[in-house]
Design a protein around this ligand. Structure first.
Ligand code: SF4
Length: 170
């Protein structure tokens, strides 16, 4: 997978450094990533989707497992056997049926967040099928963009760091 650096955010000060030449806009009605990618599910994703009234067997593919090294990360989101796209992609409108509750991996795509100490580096996967990369109407990966798209993830890491610092002092 080719990926390139587009921004770094300092989790404590929220200062951002970004590549001004890169822009992104997810194109409405595209759905290419929902058709082509295998999506890993975290336990939290499964619980959240079940709360919408779905049963896990309807959307979890227990035959596809994700690992990082020898660490089990989770199962995959199921594909529609007819369209081969994600089960939640409406084949007519190409819209996600659970958009507001979609898994974290879907929310992050095409970005990859890598934590290094108190900094979070943000990379973009250079998938040729994604028309949102360097879209002329796209946004740069500024602080506003990062906080709007991934603010909750940054906040979670910030709280974890504060807790770790507090524990090391006490
Ligand atoms: S492939 Fe890119 S533009 Fe298309 S839906 Fe996915 S993120 Fe959006």
């Amino acid at each position: 997978m080719l990926k390139k650096w587009v921004a770094t955010i300092d989790i404590t000060t929220l200062e951002v450094e970004f590549d001004p030449s890169f822009k992104f806009k997810c194109v409405e009605g595209c759905g290419a990533c929902c058709e082509r990618l295998e999506v890993p599910l975290r336990d939290e994703d499964i619980v959240r989707i079940e709360e919408l009234g779905y049963s896990a067997w309807e959307f979890v593919d227990y035959e596809k497992l994700f690992y990082r090294g020898d660490k089990f990360l989770g199962y995959a989101l199921k594909k529609n056997p007819v369209t081969e796209a994600c089960v939640f992609l409406d084949p007519e409108t190409k819209k996600c049926k659970i958009y507001a509750h979609r898994p974290l991996a879907c929310r992050l795509y095409p970005f990859v967040l890598v934590k290094h100490g108190h900094k979070m580096e943000i990379y973009v996967k250079e998938d040729s099928f994604c028309p949102g990369l360097n879209h002329p109407e796209g946004s740069q990966v500024t602080k506003e963009f990062i906080m709007r798209e991934f603010g909750d993830v940054i906040e979670k890491y910030r709280k974890e760091m504060e807790r770790a610092q507090h524990n090391s002092r006490s």
